[in-house]
Design a binder for this molecule. Structure first.
Ligand code: ZN
Length: 92
């Protein structure tokens, strides 16, 4: 599993929920990090219309929802990714 980490903290803050399963999903996750203003706005607009967690997950998909929720809490932080084996990957 891949998790976002905020590097503005020491040690970095790791997301509690994964953003993807494998490294093949890194490009998509990095694109979301790069365009986080857009995704955060999408999330907030959707959240206003459909506030239930089930509907949000249906709209974004489980992993993308996890990504955008973490990005909303870290709108300007340096982000990297980590997996369960202790590997780290650039966030952009
Ligand atoms: Zn942060």
């Amino acid at each position: 599993m891949l998790y976002l980490e905020c590097q503005e903290h020491d040690p970095p803050i790791r997301a509690s929920k994964p953003s993807g399963r494998t490294v093949y999903e890194l490009p998509k996750i990095r694109a979301m990090v790069a365009q986080r203003e857009y995704w955060i706005a999408e999330y907030e607009a959707t959240h206003r219309e459909a506030p239930s967690a089930v509907e949000l997950e249906r709209f974004f998909g489980q992993y993308d929802l996890n990504t955008v929720v973490f990005l909303q809490a870290h709108p300007r932080c340096r982000i990297r990714l980590a997996d369960n084996e202790g590997n780290h990957y650039d966030g952009s």
